[in-house]
Design a protein around this ligand. Structure first.
Ligand code: GUN
Ligand code: FE
Length: 445
């Protein structure tokens, strides 16, 4: 245990720890000792080892945080797809489907982020909402505006979240009031990348190449973005096969490509660093391409229900060894909370089951994996985030079912697994009393 004079001893917790170490393997352990130093997990063991640990490292009782009987520590939630600017109109506008929704609601609101004051105020609320809901790592689309994208980075940096952030690119099929010139789009993107990687939050915030989706980006722009992704060795995020009219449109725009996913691949935008949102309607050929390139999928069930896009068959992707994480897709999805995303992923998989009984609905343990280690895998961070393996970052939530006003109640005889389940189905921000990112307390109530 590296607790010495040079090390910062952040936390010693004793109590229940919950984590998913594999897709169908959730581990719930009582009487765990978990130690975090210098922002990382330094030690995990059994409570019996505590006296020796205290003696060796000169710890006193005041250094130890003993969790309450029903409290537990779990890995922070990882949102793999989120539009921070769209938080302003989340919860409205679900009378339309994707392409009309973009033109009617989304583009007019996103265009307002040309105003820096509006960006500052709205981004603060959007980011804080996700952190309070337990999202320790978020994956954000900003807007096309360079300055507002920098403001989003600064906001996240100050609030203390870990994040992937992209300045959005759009140079075609977009309204005049919300469209870039190709050269400006590429130039601003490179400036944004350098701003983030040379900035004060580079350990926690990573720039992402963010073509909005194929219909919004010319071939020239996509080629340029593919080059930037390779030059800076950074991730790529976009939308893919979300709804049927969108897919038909891409076919007419790119008859030279085999299918929608192949258009990204043809521009070097479908790599092992790619995070593609939705992928509801992928063909077998596209799934093969995903496997070959080791690209990842962000499943956003709330959005797919709210915009009537369809139900993703998650098991079909996992059986093909494709990386899958969960996203909220605010505000195609109305909720900023990954707890909601987990619940809707279960409902979505149940709808898939009704269509094909051989597909068993996802369990709460499986969606917990998708929201933690699964998301980390999609982001290429599975050696750093998602579980409490020694050496990983201590990004975690402290959960308390017994808070005042808790949205659920415990019943005598509830096991620890029952408590975890009740939190996943019924809990909310009020139960998440503490949020830690790299060991730093970024929420505490
Ligand atoms: N496809 C292109 N842009 C968007 C967006 O903002 N949200 C969703 N859900 N799909 C998109
Ligand atoms: Fe989206």
């Amino acid at each position: 245990l590296p607790v010495g004079n040079q090390s910062r001893l952040d936390h010693v917790f004793v109590g229940t720890f919950v984590q998913s170490v594999a897709f169908s393997e959730m581990v719930v352990e009582k009487r765990v000792v978990g130690v975090c130093t210098d922002g990382k997990i330094a030690f995990t063991g059994h409570e019996d080892e505590l006296p020796e640990l205290m003696q060796t490292h000169g710890l006193v009782e005041a250094d130890i945080v003993r969790l309450g009987e029903n409290e537990f520590i779990m890995p922070g939630l990882i949102d793999t797809h989120h539009h921070a600017p769209q938080y302003a109109f989340a919860g409205t506008g679900y009378d339309l489907t994707l392409l009309d929704w973009l033109n009617t609601y989304t583009f007019p609101v996103e265009s307002k982020y040309s105003c820096e004051k509006f960006a500052k105020e709205t981004y603060k609320k959007a980011v804080k909402r996700t952190l309070d809901s337990g999202t320790t790592t978020n994956t954000y689309f900003a807007t096309i505006h360079l300055e507002a994208s920098k403001i989003l980075v600064e906001t996240i940096g100050e609030i203390g979240q870990r994040a992937f952030v992209g300045k959005v690119n759009m140079d075609r099929n977009s309204p005049d009031y919300y469209r870039e010139e190709t050269g400006d789009s590429l130039g601003d993107t490179e400036e944004f990348i350098q701003h983030v990687i040379n900035g004060p939050y580079s350990e926690r915030i990573t720039p992402v190449i963010t073509p909005r989706f194929v219909p919004s980006c010319s071939s020239e722009l996509m080629h340029g973005l593919g080059e930037l992704a390779a030059k800076y060795d950074i991730p790529i995020q976009s939308h893919l096969c979300e709804n049927k009219p969108e897919i038909e449109w891409v076919k007419t725009l790119h008859p030279e490509s085999v299918a929608y996913a192949h258009v990204y691949d043809d521009h070097r935008l479908l790599t092992d660093r790619s995070i593609m949102a939705h992928c509801v309607h992928l063909s077998d050929e596209e799934i093969d391409l995903f496997r070959k390139n080791n690209a990842g999928v962000s499943h956003c069930p709330n959005s797919n229900f709210s915009l009537t896009s369809g139900c993703l068959n998650v098991r079909r992707l996992l059986e093909s060894d494709i990386k899958v994480g969960l996203g909220t897709d605010v505000s195609g999805g109305y909720s900023s909370s990954m707890l909601d995303s987990m619940r809707q992923a279960i409902i979505c998989s149940t709808a898939v089951h009704f269509q094909d009984e051989s597909r068993v609905p996802l369990s709460y343990q499986e969606v917990f994996y998708l929201a933690t280690l699964g998301g980390a895998t999609v982001l290429g961070m599975d050696d750093t985030l998602g579980t409490f393996e020694v050496g990983k970052q201590f990004d975690a939530l402290r959960v308390n079912p017994d808070v005042e006003g808790s949205p659920f109640d415990l019943y005598e005889g509830d096991t620890v697994s029952d408590i975890v389940q009740k939190f996943l189905y019924l809990g909310d921000d009020r139960n998440i009393t503490h949020v830690f990112v790299s060991g730093k307390t970024v929420k505490s109530i």
